[in-house]
Write a new protein. Structure first.
Lengths: 212, 212
């Protein structure tokens, strides 16, 4: 979870999502979440199958929101590790039931109420939390009030689950996020919009290794 | 399948989708497909669970596109009969594998190429076809070239699967569609936008019963 890419097709631009995923994995990304908010299910499924070939087990590969896309791609033999869901996606208990006990299930959380609800779930329902946004970001237009790094730390302290920080993070934030207990950094623009996504990922990986 | 409602939240207006579903079932609708192209997965799931209570086994209840919403609602005990998928949704063989052999799986088809692909699938993959659009319709902005009633009939003749006609159908079309071999009529606006959805459904049911 330490250097976690969330894809955004618009930010990836003409080079395409798969090229950015490949570059990020070469650069040392440890997790990749495919996020496609406007693609058809068919296109998302085909992207997932092809991304699994590109990633080939070198990083965790997760599907945002569409549990059925994850299940269909896994049924077709694609190496997909699990799903990431938000608070307006399917209830996470149902998600865990659908993907089974061995898949990775991540959940977005950004309030103390969310953490209370998560603490009440059966053990093993959720594997990690995506907590943010840290700063305002253009890639998630409906994002909640930014937490800042201190707000992130306050939430990370009251849950036993690993918390990945997301939202407007840059390589300059690694020290501060490591200090407040982040399990990793999730980035969208910092890699998807970078002139060289591989180098941008490598910089994040190095900064994170130095910081923690 | 004979009188088949496809929901459209915008067309249902302020009265809401559930009120229209309830009215259609009172009016004799034999199938209801919940179609939500912009709702979050959570909202779609909650709608599905509530619609299952409203329908309560009096009509088939199907979920458009989101196989995971169907599976999650079924896992929560909701009486959902299956899914309807289009050509840009998940591959229908994968859909059948995910929902199991007993669920209803419908597929949109509107070309001879589609019918050839469907004929090559294992028996039992698809239970019925939604074939259209018959006429231009505002509720599906990206609809393909309208088939007309004769075009529908030409497709229905070359498949063994029941074909439900969809797209811009009104009560005046029932005789012609019955003559060319429709297994049923699917409507969106004709019921969702009707001043009295129950009466509009009843009119369709009566016309269909008289026509076939």
């Amino acid at each position: 979870m330490s250097t976690y890419l969330v894809t955004d097709a618009a930010a990836c631009g003409d080079r395409g999502v798969l090229a950015v995923v490949a570059a990020a994995v070469r650069g040392g990304a440890t997790a990749v979440q495919l996020r496609e908010k406007t693609a058809s299910a068919r296109d998302f499924y085909e992207l997932a199958v092809r991304a699994a070939e590109v990633v080939d087990g070198r990083a965790l590969l997760l599907i945002d929101d569409r549990v059925d896309v994850c299940l269909a791609a896994r049924a077709a033999g694609a190496r997909i590790d699990g799903v990431h869901v938000g608070q307006s996606d399917l209830p996470v208990e149902q998600v865990r039931a659908l993907v089974g006990p061995d898949a990775v299930v991540g959940l977005t959380a950004n309030t103390r109420d969310h953490l209370r609800e998560i603490a009440a779930l059966p053990s093993g329902t959720v594997d990690y939390l995506g907590v943010g946004v840290i700063r305002p970001t253009a890639t998630k237009p409906d994002h909640p009030e930014p937490l800042g790094i201190d707000g992130f730390g306050a939430l990370a302290r009251v849950t036993a689950l690993p918390c990945v920080a997301i939202g407007g993070i840059t390589v300059a934030d690694t020290d501060a996020l490591a200090t407040v207990g982040a399990a990793g950094l999730a980035v969208v623009s910092a890699v998807c919009s970078a002139p060289d996504p591989e180098a941008a990922t490598r910089d994040l990986v190095s900064a994170w290794e130095a910081a923690r």
